[in-house]
Ligand binder design. Structure first.
Ligand SMILES: *[C@@H]1O[C@H](CO)[C@@H](O)[C@H](O)[C@H]1NC(C)=O
Ligand SMILES: *[C@@H]1O[C@H](CO)[C@@H](O)[C@H](O)[C@H]1NC(C)=O
Ligand SMILES: *[C@@H]1O[C@H](CO)[C@@H](O)[C@H](O)[C@H]1NC(C)=O
Length: 459
């Protein structure tokens, strides 16, 4: 039985007396949030949802209430190996506002970047739930997803990300009976990087081979990673943004082992069953440096609506995904995604042709096609995906792949290198966490439905 837990933040010293009261100190009470489902023509129905915080942020303790994980290391006694760790350790309920800086208000959720309580919490990763025990599944083929976002305080190095992943709706409880915490406690995370910093994967601890991070006091990397398809609707700060599909050979959550996980923690970035790079549309990287930012066409100093449309080849929900289209709405104006000005790449939407020509123009490895391309992303969308809302900083690449020139040693005038106006020395987590401690992101007014149904088009 695995009621695991953990806490990435640095909450360390829990008051043991309090901690021993099971469920009494920290009952898991999900903050509520409303969202809307819209029909063709624009009629929308309100839905009552709730959010949960990812298990990786939670306090993990044994039956006596002492930490199974402290700082970035496992307790040798409670967690001698993956299976025993899952048996011994439990995941605690979360204090959303005071510990994690997460609050909701009607249709809005606010994620604060740094929250100081007994410990210091950095960012968060949340999931939208249908009810107390199951994640909300979204089926977006031939549909659109829209939300409002406030990125005004997200400076260089921060990333407010709203995206979809092919997690199990129950967090993996049915497939992995040793996971007794389930979606309620934010278990089952996976993405196309096959992350190895997760404390529990597929009903087991990720203790074997765990190497504490050299620069992050809260994290480490274990032998296992958790892979699944990922559709990044939105990764942004106030300087840059990208929309990026990442397909996988098998889109559902699956566990990988050491170097076969690929990604930044393994010797070969491209070794996994997933596409870690994706096919990104970042207006700045596609040649328009004045489209998105403070005072730009899409002005990041104030709130705007982000619409993402999933077009199929036959105009039905069972067709093949043929394009991902982006619109913005700000001050009542509908703004189309900027057009590519990169030689050899045309258009303003993600299609298979766009991806093929972009990879060629930028001379990037084509892991997107290797893992099925846009059609494979469509297969994942057809099966339903879970909504993730997050705010993070980047201990591996300082977010320079999103908002600066990257790789930093490449010629910034070469197509594909410049992605945003941030300096190549920006985004260092220690700087960001001190300079922008008060940063936050607000996601609100989530609407899902038929194409063109979630926003008003002005003629
Ligand atoms: C929660 O949602 C799941 C998935 O739709 C459903 O199977 C389950 O019965 C629901 N539980 C409750 C308590 O409504
Ligand atoms: C950038 O996008 C805006 C809005 O679409 C457009 O008016 C402007 O001409 C574009 N700039 C370039 C360099 O393409
Ligand atoms: C949505 O609106 C755009 C722009 O007005 C239009 O080109 C497109 O055909 C519309 N799509 C649907 C399915 O109504």
């Amino acid at each position: 039985m695995y009621k695991y837990l953990f806490l990435t933040i640095l909450l360390l010293t829990c008051n043991l007396v309090n901690c021993q009261k099971p469920g009494a100190l920290n009952p898991e009470v999900h903050p509520s949030i409303t969202w809307q489902e819209c029909q063709e023509g624009g009629k929308c129905t309100s839905k009552n949802g709730e959010i949960t915080i990812d298990a990786n942020w939670r306090w993990v303790h044994n039956d006596q209430g002492s930490n199974c994980y402290t700082g970035n290391t496992w307790s040798a006694k409670d967690c001698p190996d993956d299976k025993t760790c899952a048996e011994n350790c439990a995941l605690e309920g979360a204090q959303y506002s005071s510990v994690y800086g997460v609050t909701t208000n009607k249709d809005a959720v606010r994620l604060n970047f740094v929250t100081q309580s007994q410990g210091k919490n950095i960012g968060s990763r949340l999931f939208l739930m249908e009810n107390e025990t199951n994640y909300q599944m979204f089926y977006l083929l031939n549909q659109e997803f829209s939300f409002d976002v406030d990125v005004s305080s997200l400076d260089c190095g921060l990333n407010g990300a709203l995206y979809l992943v092919s997690m199990d709706s129950d967090g993996g409880m049915a497939r992995f009976p040793t996971n007794q915490a389930g979606a309620k406690f934010g278990t089952g995370y996976c993405d196309a990087q096959c992350p190895r910093d997760l404390k529990f994967i597929s009903g087991e601890g990720n203790v074997d081979g765990w190497v504490p991070s050299s620069n992050n006091p809260n994290t480490g990397v274990g032998n296992h990673g958790s892979c699944c398809a990922e559709m990044d609707l939105w990764e942004a700060n106030n300087m840059a943004t990208a929309v990026t599909p990442h397909p996988c050979d098998t889109h559902k959550q699956s566990m990988c082992d050491t170097d076969a996980c690929g990604g930044s923690a393994s010797s070969n970035r491209y070794a996994s069953i997933c596409d870690p790079d994706g096919c990104d549309y970042n207006p700045y990287r596609m040649g328009n440096t004045t489209f998105f930012g403070p005072g730009s066409t899409v002005d990041t100093k104030s709130v705007f609506t982000v619409v993402t449309q999933f077009i199929t080849d036959d105009g039905t929900t069972s067709g093949t995904l043929s394009a991902i289209r982006r619109l913005y709405v700000q001050n009542g104006q509908v703004i189309s995604q900027s057009e590519s000005t990169v030689p050899g790449v045309s258009g303003n939407e993600i299609s298979q042709h766009f991806c093929d020509s972009q990879k060629e123009a930028f001379n990037d490895p084509d892991s997107f096609n290797k893992h099925g391309g846009l059609a494979a992303m469509g297969d994942a969308l057809k099966d339903g995906m879970v909504l993730v809302l997050s705010l993070w900083d980047d201990y591996f690449a300082e977010m320079l792949w999103l908002d600066s020139s990257y790789p930093t040693n490449a010629d910034a005038s070469k197509p594909g290198v410049a992605r945003g106006g941030c300096s190549t020395t920006s985004g260092v987590p220690t700087d960001v966490e001190s300079k922008y401690a008060n940063a936050y992101v607000i996601y609100s007014n989530i609407k899902v439905g038929a194409l063109n149904s979630t926003f008003t088009q002005h003629k």
